[in-house]
Structures are given as C-alpha cells and as structure tokens.
Design a protein around this ligand. Structure first.
Ligand code: NAD
Length: 495
C-alpha cells in the first residue's frame, strides 16, 4: 500500500482529503494489482464541491470575464493538455487497461474539443427580435446555466470529460467532475492542466467515489443546474429520476446495441475490418460497439469465414505494447458480466464459432481477459442480441433483404449508432435515413469528431455532445424587453 499513488480531491482550488478519511484502491486491469488510491467521497464532499463551484459561478473572476477571455482560457486548456497528452494516455492505460495505441491517439485528439468550444465561446449570438409591439426593443441573450455536475464512465475518461467540460466552460458554467470510481486518476491529473492554464479556483472541481455515495448527492443538490451524465442505462435512468425532483436539465449518453449491417454488395474485406473495429477494438467496451452484425444471407457463410480468420490473428496482451490489439477488460464486475453473457448465449442456443471463454493465453498474465468471441445463428430476440454486453462478444444475425435489415436494426430499445456496408449509392443514402440511431456510419465505423453531434435515440440517451449545438445544452436563453414608450398604458391588460 505504501507505494501506491494516493490522490486527493480538488475543491475550490485546493487539494483536500475526503471527509470520510477513506481511500480505495484502483487496480491495473493488466496486472490485476492495485496501483493507486482514490478518495472515497460522500455527500459532504459533494456539498463542499458544489458550494465551491456555486461561489465561483456567482462571484470573483470567472463571471466577470468576457466570452472572448473565457474562450481564450478554454483554448489554453487545450494547448496545455496537448503537452501532457502522452502522460494522460499512460495514466489511462494503467487505470482502464485500454490499448496505448488507442489511448495515445485519443488523448492527442482531446485538445481539439477545448480548441473548438473555446473558439465558439464568443460566437454565440443573441438576436434582436422584430417584435410586434410598438415602442418596444426585444432581444435575446444566451446565458450559462450555473453549476454543472459532470459524471463520467471508465471507458474513455478524458475524451468523455472533454465532451462535457469544453462546452460547459466555454458557455461560462462552473463544473464539479466526478469520474468513474474505476478510473479517477486522469481526472485528478487533469487538475494540474487546469491550474497551469490559469482557471480561477472553484471553476473546475474534481471529487471521486461511488455513484450512489457521492454522485447522487451532486445530482440532487439544488445548486446544481444541470447533470451531464455518461454511463450505463440503468444508472442513467436513476440519475434522470433523481434529477427530476429538482427539475434539472439533464443530458444522458447511455448504452447501445448497435447494428453493423453488411449488404451483399459491400467490399467484403473492408466490411470485415469494420466488423472487427466495431466489436474487438477496446475489447468491445465502447458504447458504440457494433455488437449486432447483420449479414445478408447470400454472403453470410463466406463473410463469417473471413471474419473468424481475421479475428483469430488478433494479438492479445499488455495494453502498454503498441503491438497488442485486444487488451483486458477494465473491471472485475465487467469481466464477470461478460462471462455470464457467454453462458446466456449458450443457453439461448447461439453457436459459438470463436472464443466463448475467458482468455488464459500466457501473454494475458493475471489480467481480466476475454477471448474475442463470435456467435452465429443468433436471432434478434435472444438476450445476447438485445442486451448490452460491453465486451468482445459479437452476435451475427442473418437477414434476407433491406426491409428485414432495417426491421432487425431498429428492433431494440437502444439507438446510439449503426454501420452500413454497401457500394450501392441508393442504399448508402436510404438505409441511414431509416435507422433509428444518433450516428450512422457508411463504409466506416467508430469515427467521432468534435465537429459532429453525438448522442442517442431511444434509450441511448438525451441531448447531444460535440458540434455547435452542444454548447446550447449548457446555456439558457433570456428574452429582454425594453419599452421606449413615454407612458405605461392600461396596467390591467396584458401587452
Ligand atoms: P456506470 O453507469 O456504472 O457509471 C458511470 C458513472 O456514473 C460513474 O462515474 C458512476 O460512479 C456514476 N454513477 C453510477 N450510479 C450513479 C448514481 N445513482 N448517481 C450518480 N452517479 C452514478 O457506467 P460504467 O460502467 O462506468 O460505463 C459503462 C457504460 O457507459 C456502458 O453502458 C456504456 O455504453 C456507457 N457509455 C456511454 C457512452 C455514450 O456516449 N453514450 C460512452 C461511454 C460509455
């Protein structure tokens, strides 16, 4: 325990111990061993952090800044982040076990969100309304909401933090960030970047701990104006219910069961790679995982053969090695959950054509590894086709024609993303229009950008992150009326 890195919480510009006086261990998913200690925050820490954020929102340097000054500071945050991107990537690999190849690229990309939203800060213009009343001047302003409770999951901690922090700060809000209890280290490391950029104390606060113990008190605090949540659908639903009592604004980025649809006219080798990136990248621990692979009957067998052959070559092992292609699963509960779904698939009668067990290869060491797993003979009503596994487990579902493909694709409670593989321009345009999902990729998969809105249809969430509209999710519109009349007319009549 003596060698473990021990973090503190960051509240009002100061590093502080948790009120509970307790810390808990974070484990490295590859070694299975503890490597850091995170503060076990509770309602008292949430109260302190929200108070600090509220104070910073209502007084001091932050609300006095112009949008241009604020934007410059957010862009500076991006500049400073870029300097430390490699360090942040290494911290994240130690915490969540994802591949260094992916986390390095992701962390190098993170500054773009701060640059983009920093640039947008002073371009959110109100309007002068040509109002239908005499002697009246009416205009609108877009104002920040106040304190934002930002709650993030373990799979892409800094990317998903940037999706919230960048627009929230650019809009003039203050933030209490609560990262996942499994991957809090990068959020604490981010504090140094925020300090170096020069943010006033209290504008960004970071507390850690378990969702119910410290996250929920944030959600129910009357001083919190909005909850920006990314996580599982069950937690998201609970957060939504809790936030409802305070009539708070809420954005939810939740789970998915995304269809990746391969038509017979696709470039098969590309579609195979698309299927692989949809499910085995990040060991399937991505909300946008293409976990249902819909393959047209006429090419089904040929496609499955090629896919299995390709997937067999995937190199498992140390996520810190750039050669590794499939790393461990991030948390022990997640590992157990994935293994339980392998039993479910067997009971449901799916045919396992690859993997189907935990990985015991020597290169997997003591880590929590699951073999890349592929099931055929899946029908869309099976649990393995309807429920989010969040692991390297692919269900292949055959379809006859376009109608059936669309019907199966939409026959699920989620609607986060989808893939379409075809060379037919008509299908490339028509099929995405018919799919109920917030993102549809054609002849590519798993692409995101700060420029393009991201979010869910149906039970995959509420609101959008990234792109211009995301900043409006952190603002509210005020309508201001100024009378230039010399006399107030009949006060008993609505104007
Ligand atoms: P999770 O729901 O268990 O936890 C997410 C965060 O919410 C954590 O910080 C957790 O402590 C907190 N939390 C949990 N219960 C809470 C409560 N009652 N009140 C307040 N906070 C609470 O999710 P996870 O296991 O960390 O992440 C995996 C899930 O996240 C998957 O379902 C995945 O699909 C989803 N996800 C979605 C997106 C997206 O953008 N749509 C991106 C990544 C992950």
């Amino acid at each position: 325990m003596a060698d473990l890195k021990k973090y503190q919480q960051y509240i009002g510009g100061e590093w502080v111990d948790p009120v509970s006086g307790e810390w808990f261990e974070s484990h490295n998913p590859y070694t299975g061993k503890p490597w850091a200690l995170f503060p076990r925050g509770n309602a008292a820490d949430a109260d302190r952090a929200v108070a600090a954020a509220h104070k910073a929102f209502t007084s001091g340097d932050w609300p006095a800044m112009t949008a241009t000054q604020r934007g410059a500071l957010v862009r500076k945050l991006g500049d400073v982040y870029a300097k430390y991107a490699d360090h942040m990537a290494e911290i994240e690999v130690a915490d969540n076990g994802k591949l260094i190849a992916e986390m390095a690229a992701q962390n190098a990309y993170v500054p773009q969100w701060y640059q983009y939203f920093g640039g947008l800060a002073d371009k959110i213009e109100g309007a002068v309304i040509p109002i239908d009343k005499p002697a009246t001047f009416n205009y609108t302003r877009h104002e920040p909401l106040g304190v934002i409770a930002a709650i993030t999951p373990w799979n892409s901690p800094m990317l998903l933090t940037a999706w919230k922090l960048a627009p929230a700060l650019a809009a003039g809000n203050t933030v209490v960030l609560k990262p996942s209890e499994f991957t809090s280290a990068s959020a604490f490391e981010l504090v140094r970047i925020i300090e170096e950029a020069g943010f006033p104390p209290g504008v960004v606060n970071v507390i850690s701990g378990y969702g119910v113990e410290v996250g929920e008190p944030m959600v129910t605090d009357d001083r919190v104006a909005k909850v920006a949540f990314t996580g599982g659908s069950m937690s998201g639903q609970r957060v939504y219910e809790k936030a409802a009592s305070g009539l708070k604004k809420v954005s939810l980025e939740l789970g998915g069961k995304s269809p990746n649809i391969v038509f017979e006219d696709a470039v098969i080798d590309n579609a195979v790679k698309g299927a692989i990136s949809g499910i085995f990248a990040a060991s399937g621990q991505t909300c946008i995982a293409g976990s249902r692979l819909l393959v047209q009957e006429s090419i089904h067998n040929e496609f499955v053969d090629k896919l299995v052959t390709f997937a067999k070559t995937a190199q498992m092992g140390d996520p810190m090695s750039y050669d590794t292609q499939v790393g461990p699963v991030t948390t022990p509960p997640q590992f157990e959950k994935i293994l339980s779904y392998l039993d479910v698939a067997k009971e449901d009668g799916a045919e396992c054509v690859l993997g189907g067990s935990k990985a015991t290869r020597p290169e997997c060491g003591d880590g929590w590894f699951v073999e890349p797993t592929i099931y055929t003979g899946v029908n869309n009503q099976m649990r393995i086709a309807q429920e989010e596994v969040f692991g390297p487990v692919l269900s292949i579902i055959p379809f006859r024609d376009e109608e059936e493909a669309v019907e199966i694709a939409n026959d699920v409670v989620y609607g986060l993303a989808a893939g379409v593989w075809t060379q037919d321009i008509r299908k490339a345009i028509e099929i995405p229009n018919r799919i109920q999902a917030g993102t549809v990729w054609v002849n590519t998969y798993r692409a995101v950008s700060f420029l393009s809105p991201f979010g869910g249809y149906k039970r995959s969430g509420l609101g959008r992150e990234s792109g211009q509209q995301a900043i409006q999710e952190y603002m509210q519109t005020k309508s201001i009326w100024i009378s230039t009349a010399t006399e107030v007319p009949n006060p008993f009549v609505m104007r």
